[in-house]
Design a protein around this ligand. Structure first.
Ligand code: HEM
Length: 485
C-alpha cells in the first residue's frame, strides 16, 4: 500500500515538475513573438483535460475562486463563445495562450486571421484535431502539403453545382415532412413524437432539424435516402446500427469515440448509450467497406454516378487505372476513401444542422425577420415560378442573407470550405419550405408572457458549447409552436 502511494506521489510530483519546466519554456518562446501573453497552468493537450474539462466547467466555475477560474478558462474548449470578447478586451485582439502543452495563438482581427488562412503551409492544423477528424483514415481536412493538393483536386469538384438540385429536392422534402408532423394531430410512434396536446407545440424542433441535415447528407453523399419520420433506420443483418446511425453516434460523441478504446466503450458494464458509441466505431469501417464494395459491384465503371460517394469511387478508380508505375496519380487508397466518406458527414452535417437550428430559434424569438423572409417567399410564389431549384434559389436572397453574418464563416484562402454552396442550398431550401407555409413562435409556459418566452429562447441560445461546431446545451428546452400561416 505504502509503495503504491509513494509511487503515485512520485508520478504526480514528476508531472508537476515537467509541467512547470514546459510552461517556462513555452513562455520564453511566446515572449519572442512580441504578442500579448496569457499564461495558463492547464494543459490543453492532456487527455484527461480534453475528456473532462468541458463537462466539469460548471463545477469549476462555481467552486473555484473567480481569479483561478479566469486563469484556466481559456484552456477549456469553447471558451471563446462563453467569454465573448472579454479576454481580447483585456489583452488586445491577438494574444498567445501559453500552457504546459502547446502555445496557441488566438486572433480576433479579420486582417490577421485572413493572412494566416492564406498561409496554410505555415499554420498547420493541431495534431489533436487531426487525430479526431482522421479517426477513420486520412482525409481532405487532415491532409497537409502535397497530400492535401492531391485530395482537394479530387474532392472539391464533387461538391459543385451538379449536386445542388438533389440537395434542394431532398431538403424541401425533409422540411415538409417535419412540419407536417409537427402540425398534425395524428400521434404516431416516430422518434420525434414529442407533441403536446396543443397542436403544433413541440420540444423536438432542434432534433428534427438535425434529422433533416443528416438525411440530406445520407441521401446526397451516400445514396442512403430515408424519410424524416424514420430516424432510426433498421440495421442490416450482422450490424447493430445502420450506416447513418453509426455515423451520427460517432459525430455526436467524437472525443470518446476517438480516445476511449472500443473494448471499454462496448463493455457490458457501460450504459447502453456508451456501448452504442463503441459499436458505432467498430461497425463504421465495416459498413464503409461494404458500401464501397457494393458500389463497385453494382454500377458499371462507365455508369452515371449517383451520389458523392459513388462519384468519389469512380473518379478515384479511373485515376488508378490511368496511373502508370512511373506517374504518381491522384487516386485514393481504400483507407483514404473511408476517411473521406466519414469527412463528408463531419464537415457537412453538424455545421449545416446547427446553422439551421439557430436560425429557426432566432426567427421564433424575432418574428419581424420571419415576416421579412416570408415577404420574399410570397413574392416568388406570387410570380408563379416553377418549384425547382434553378428558378427558385437565385431569387431567395433574403433567405440566404439570414445565413451570412459571422466572421469568416467559410474560412478563406486555399482551404476555404468546398461545401459552401451545398450548405447554402440546403439552408435556403429548408427556410423556403418552412416559412412559405408555416410560422413559428415560442410556446408559452403557464403564466408566461411572450416577452419572457422569447427571453428563454435567447438564454437557451446563449447556453451553447462547440462540439464539432457550436450547439445548444439544452435543445429539448427549445419549446416552439408551429402553425400554418
Ligand atoms: C454552414 C455550413 C458550413 C460551414 C459554416 C462550413 C465551414 C467551414 C470552414 C470554416 C472550413 C475551414 C476549416 C479549417 O480551415 O480548418 C471548412 C472546411 C471544409 N468544409 Fe465546410 N462548412 C459548412 C458546410 C460544409 C458542407 C455541407 C460540406 C460538404 C459536405 C463541407 C465540407 C468541407 C470540407 C471537405 C472542408 C475541408 C477543406 C480543406 O481543408 O481543403 N462543409 N468548412
Amino acid at each position: 500500500m505504502e509503495i503504491i502511494s509513494t509511487l503515485t506521489l512520485a508520478i504526480a510530483a514528476s508531472y508537476i515538475i515537467w509541467s512547470c519546466i514546459s510552461l517556462l519554456q513555452n513562455y520564453q518562446k511566446a515572449r519572442r513573438s512580441g504578442f500579448p501573453i496569457f499564461v495558463c497552468p492547464a494543459n490543453t493537450n492532456n487527455l484527461l483535460w480534453i475528456l473532462f474539462s468541458v463537462t466539469l466547467r460548471p463545477v469549476l466555475s462555481f467552486y473555484l475562486p473567480k481569479a483561478v477560474y479566469d486563469r484556466i478558462q481559456p484552456a477549456i474548449y469553447g471558451w471563446e463563445f462563453l467569454a465573448r470578447y472579454t479576454v481580447f478586451d483585456r489583452l488586445g485582439p491577438t494574444f498567445i495562450l501559453v500552457t504546459p502543452g502547446k502555445n496557441e495563438l488566438y486572433v480576433a482581427e479579420p486582417e490577421i486571421a485572413h493572412s494566416i488562412l492564406m498561409r496554410r503551409n505555415d499554420f498547420a492544423h493541431l495534431p489533436l484535431a487531426d487525430r479526431i477528424i482522421g479517426i477513420f483514415g486520412p482525409n481532405l481536412i487532415t491532409a497537409e502539403g502535397d497530400e492535401w493538393s492531391r485530395l482537394r483536386k479530387v474532392i472539391a469538384p464533387l461538391l459543385n453545382e451538379r449536386i445542388s438540385r438533389s440537395v434542394w429536392d431532398e431538403s424541401c422534402q425533409q422540411a415538409q415532412e417535419m412540419l407536417q408532423h409537427f402540425t398534425s394531430r395524428r400521434k404516431d410512434s416516430g422518434a420525434h413524437d414529442e407533441q403536446s396536446a396543443d397542436l403544433g407545440e413541440t420540444r423536438a424542433t432542434i432534433e428534427g432539424v438535425r434529422s433533416i441535415a443528416i438525411n440530406v447528407i445520407g441521401s446526397v453523399a451516400y445514396g442512403t435516402p430515408r424519410s424524416w419520420h424514420h430516424r432510426d433506420a433498421i440495421a442490416q443483418e450482422g450490424f447493430r446500427l445502420s450506416y447513418m446511425d453509426a455515423i451520427l453516434a460517432i459525430v455526436e460523441n467524437l472525443v470518446p469515440a476517438t480516445f476511449v478504446p472500443i473494448t471499454i466503450l462496448t463493455s457490458p458494464v457501460m450504459p447502453r448509450s456508451i456501448q452504442r458509441i463503441g459499436f458505432a466505431v467498430k461497425e463504421f469501417p465495416v459498413h464503409a467497406k461494404k458500401l464501397l464494395d457494393d458500389e463497385r459491384n453494382t454500377s458499371p465503371a462507365s455508369g452515371q454516378a449517383k451520389n458523392l460517394m459513388s462519384t468519389l469511387v469512380k473518379v478515384s478508380d479511373a485515376e488508378r487505372h490511368a496511373t502508370t508505375a512511373s506517374s504518381k496519380g491522384s487516386y485514393l487508397s481504400e483507407h483514404e476513401l473511408t476517411g473521406n466518406m466519414f469527412q463528408f458527414t463531419i464537415a457537412g452535417f453538424d455545421t449545416t444542422a446547427n446553422t439551421m437550428c439557430y436560425a429557426i430559434t432566432l426567427l421564433a424569438a424575432n418574428p419581424v425577420w420571419q415576416i421579412w423572409i416570408r415577404d420574399e417567399i410570397d413574392q416568388v410564389v406570387l410570380h408563379g415560378q416553377d418549384g425547382g431549384y434553378e428558378n427558385l434559389y437565385p431569387q431567395l436572397k433574403r433567405c440566404l442573407a439570414l445565413m451570412r453574418t459571422s466572421f469568416i464563416p467559410w474560412s478563406a484562402g486555399p482551404r476555404n470550405c468546398p461545401g459552401q454552396k451545398m450548405a447554402e442550398v440546403e439552408f435556403v431550401a429548408v427556410m423556403y419550405t418552412i416559412f412559405g407555409k408555416w410560422k413559428v413562435e415560442p410556446a408559452l409556459g403557464k403564466g408566461e408572457s411572450e416577452l419572457e418566452a422569447r427571453q428563454i429562447l435567447e438564454a437557451l441560445m446563449a447556453d451553447s458549447q462547440p462540439r464539432v461546431t457550436l450547439q445548444m446545451n439544452r435543445p429539448r428546452e427549445v419549446k416552439l409552436r408551429w402553425q400554418e400561416r
